[in-house]
Design a protein around this ligand. Structure first.
Ligand SMILES: Cc1cc2nc3c(=O)[nH]c(=O)nc-3n(C[C@H](O)[C@H](O)[C@H](O)COP(=O)(O)O)c2cc1C
Length: 342
């Protein structure tokens, strides 16, 4: 297997075997906020609807399966299970970086999940923006979108990860101007995302100058890519640097509010350590339109499609319960509720 394929499998193995999810440390920022409990909610729980409109599609809930993988046999099994769960639950799914597809056309099937789940409501493609400094061109992106029939496309920003990654690509110069020129040529809605260190005010202001549909926060508080790459590194120094930065960046709760304020005409997708329906509800009230979850769905997908469906249904029931006890009949009403700062 080549370098990218090996790396993809190592990422999956480390994510499945080691404790790379820092959500138990409560660093996602949501604990600072609470809803007011309403013991007289004046609604019938059975009439609560989680239905959400997103990019013209009707979703069963404001949830999505976050960008993770593709490119190897193991990734194919995971992607197929995620896609079937996404189809069954009618929530969107994002692919992991499609870079490997450009270098090795034989891995196409590991990404083409719509062939297995044709009624999947929305599929996001994905590639690292930094690849624009390493030969990526607009024609490649058209190809990536067409081959998998992506309905939207993510460019991920991950300078911290690339910096710790043993074979990382760290030339992040001139990316803003390159993205500015390229994004209008892409035929599907384009989103920019981080991968676990958050989108801060300074970054959001730069993103505002781009013609994107929206952002995904990829905030601090869940999966840590600095930590994952530190575990792959053979250099003692890099290991230490990765560990130092493993809880670095902007919390998801802060990043949502910053993106909502600065990118007020854009869609904000919340992600980064969101692990239950109460946090989903808080993310929506703070300004997100949708919530993406990655690591917990990987753990479930290693077992089966049904385990992924169960995780999604658990979060939906938690969200519905929260909506009942704050008196919100639908997502629009929920988003109007106030959160108290503790
Ligand atoms: C196994 C795994 C692989 C990932 N690969 C990618 C990727 O290729 N591209 C990307 O934009 N984000 C990638 N991510 C980051 C997630 O999309 C998400 O931003 C991050 O994990 C935070 O969400 P979480 O705490 O719910 O896992 C990956 C996450 C996991 C767990």
């Amino acid at each position: 297997m080549d370098q990218i394929g090996e790396r993809k499998n190592e990422h999956l193995d480390i994510c499945l075997e080691k404790n790379v999810d820092f959500s138990s440390l409560r660093g996602n920022g949501f604990d600072s906020y609470e809803f007011q409990y309403d013991a007289l909610p004046e609604i019938n729980k059975n009439s609560i609807s989680l239905e959400t409109e997103f990019l013209g599609k009707k979703l069963s809930a404001p949830l999505m399966i976050g960008s993770m993988t593709g490119g190897t046999q193991k990734a194919q099994t995971i992607n197929e299970r995620l896609a079937r769960a996404s189809e069954k639950c009618q929530i969107p799914m994002a692919l992991g970086s499609q870079r490997k597809m450009l270098e090795d056309p034989s891995v196409r099937a590991t990404y083409c999940v719509k062939e297995k789940a044709p009624n999947l409501p929305l599929l996001f493609g994905n590639i690292g923006a930094v690849q624009l400094n390493y030969g990526l061109e607009v024609s490649h992106i058209h190809k990536l979108i067409e081959e998998v029939e992506a309905d939207a496309f993510y460019f991920h920003l991950n300078p911290l990860q690339e910096s710790i990654q043993p074979e990382g690509d760290t030339d992040f110069s001139h990316l803003l101007s390159k993205l500015k020129e390229l994004i209008p040529q892409i035929k599907v809605p384009v989103f920019i995302k981080e991968v676990g260190a958050g989108i801060s005010e300074v970054t959001a202001k730069k993103i505002k100058t781009l013609g994107v549909f929206g952002v995904e926060t990829g905030g601090r508080g869940g999966t840590s890519w600095a930590y994952i790459e530190s575990q792959r590194s053979k250099s003692e120094i890099k290991k230490k640097v990765g560990e130092l930065f493993s809880q670095w960046g902007l919390s998801t709760a802060e990043s949502i509010q910053i993106c909502h304020k600065i990118l007020n005409d854009k869609i904000v997708i919340a992600s980064g350590g969101i692990r239950n329906g109460i946090e989903v509800a808080k993310a929506l009230v703070l300004g997100a339109s949708l919530v993406a979850i990655a690591h917990p769905f990987l753990i479930a997908a290693e077992k089966s499609t049904d385990c992924v469906v169960e995780e999604i249904e658990r979060m939906k029931e938690e969200l519905k319960t929260l909506m009942f006890v704050v008196g919100a009949k639908n997502i629009k009403e929920l988003k109007k509720k106030k959160l108290c700062k503790k």
